[in-house]
Design a binder for this molecule. Structure first.
Ligand code: CTP
Length: 373
């Protein structure tokens, strides 16, 4: 814990020490025999600056070292993560924008701030990203051992996430177990790598990642419309959402009552396959985006998970297919995921069980290779 003098105006030293169970270092002259301004940075596996103010970003960008935190930033050789928080005007000021760009070019990871209520009565861009999101990206950086490259700058990435709900009546629906977590982590990592991200979220409870433009949808039909709209100028469309393949043929207008006559058998009709429509649009030249599909598979008597994945990739015609083995508590709603990323070019990348952010980073790697080749 290295609070700045400004941070101590908000939260006192005793609180930092009690909550972290560690002594708190604040200046370069306390315990000078331990040379803390060098020791802390050298020892660190990761430095997280949260909240990172406009002033702190400016100091970090220009290599100033007038307190323990800025000294630590100069001596650290590990990944550095900045989670900015400031008023909108400060974030949008060209000086801050240049400082952020410079830090990113040097390999630091600077999250986009969130949009919402700020410390005054104002709202706008500049909110500290959600602590859970900062923690997930921090975990990713620790896992990777390096910062996230700014290799998606200037790219528009569309991510679908969550699970669609198909209405039976005004209060009931057919749904699925997707938590939306993998899609949200993909959006979060793509944004941290510099992309403009449109996140099409189908019934996801978690707060959306900062720096993404979120469109909330409920049904497959609504997701379809939103996807086609967002895909028009997209460089990449990642279909991580679990889209219902079928929906009830009729939606009863009133709530179905127990007292109603014996229920009619449920008749289902097929939903359009959004990914297949995108592939078709690309073949006809109406779309240029790289198309990434997901497949949740279980092995069976005829073929294993990968063979099913290869067959689905060929059938779907997308550029990349991320194949998850599901069942027995794997994938749905879990923070960890394992997958194989299959390329239409025959490539196969195994991602062992690990945080969903790590899989998200590997998918972004596969995407960047294809966008730049
Ligand atoms: N998908 C879609 N529209 C649908 C259904 C699925 O765009 N109506 C997308 C998913 O978002 C996912 C991919 O297609 O990226 C694979 O979905 P899946 O349902 O597993 O594929 P299917 O071809 O329906 O295969 P299966 O026979 O296993 O259901």
């Amino acid at each position: 814990m290295v609070p700045t003098a400004a941070a101590l105006n908000f939260v006192g030293r005793a609180t930092w020490e009690a909550l972290s169970h560690h002594p708190v270092a604040t200046d370069v002259f306390t315990d000078a025999h331990e040379v803390p301004h060098v020791a802390i940075g050298r020892r660190a596996d990761l430095v997280v600056v949260a909240p990172a103010t406009a002033d702190l970003l400016a100091k970090a960008a220009h290599g100033l070292a007038d307190d323990l935190l800025t000294n630590t930033l100069l001596t650290a050789r590990c990944p550095v993560l900045f989670a900015p928080a400031m008023h909108t005007e400060m974030w949008e000021h060209p000086a801050t924008a240049d400082n952020v760009a410079l830090l990113r070019r040097r390999g630091a990871t600077v999250l986009e701030p969130g949009v919402g209520r700020l410390t005054g009565s104002d709202t706008g861009k500049g909110r500290l990203p959600e602590p859970a999101e900062i923690a997930r990206i921090a975990e990713l950086l620790l896992h990777l051992g390096h910062g996230l490259p700014a290799d998606l700058v200037g790219r528009h990435v569309v991510v679908t996430a969550g699970g669609t709900r198909e209405a039976l009546d005004p209060v009931r629906f057919l749904g699925n177990r997707s938590s939306g977590r993998q899609g949200f982590d993909l959006a979060s990592v793509a944004a941290a790598r510099g992309a403009r991200v449109t996140l099409l979220a189908a019934n996801v409870e978690a707060p959306p990642p900062a720096g993404t433009e979120v469109v909330n949808v409920i049904s497959a039909e609504a997701l379809r419309e939103a996807t086609h709209t967002a895909a028009k100028d997209a460089d990449v469309v990642i279909m991580a959402a679990a889209v219902a393949d079928f929906r009830p043929a009729t939606v009863v207008e009133h709530k179905i009552k127990k007292s109603d006559a014996d229920p009619e058998p449920l008749v289902l009709i097929r939903n359009p396959d959004i990914l297949a429509e995108l592939v078709e649009a690309k073949r006809e030249g109406r779309l240029s985006a790289l198309l990434v599909g997901f497949a949740a598979e279980t092995g069976d008597a005829e073929a294993d998970v990968i063979s099913h994945g290869r067959a689905k990739l060929a059938r779907k015609g997308c550029d990349l297919l991320v194949v998850n083995a599901v069942g027995e508590g794997k994938a749905f709603g879990q923070p960890d995921n394992a997958a194989v990323i299959l390329g239409a070019d025959g490539s196969e990348t195994d991602i062992p069980l690990g945080p969903k952010t790590v899989l998200a980073a590997a998918i972004c790697d596969a995407i960047v290779i294809r966008l730049t080749s």
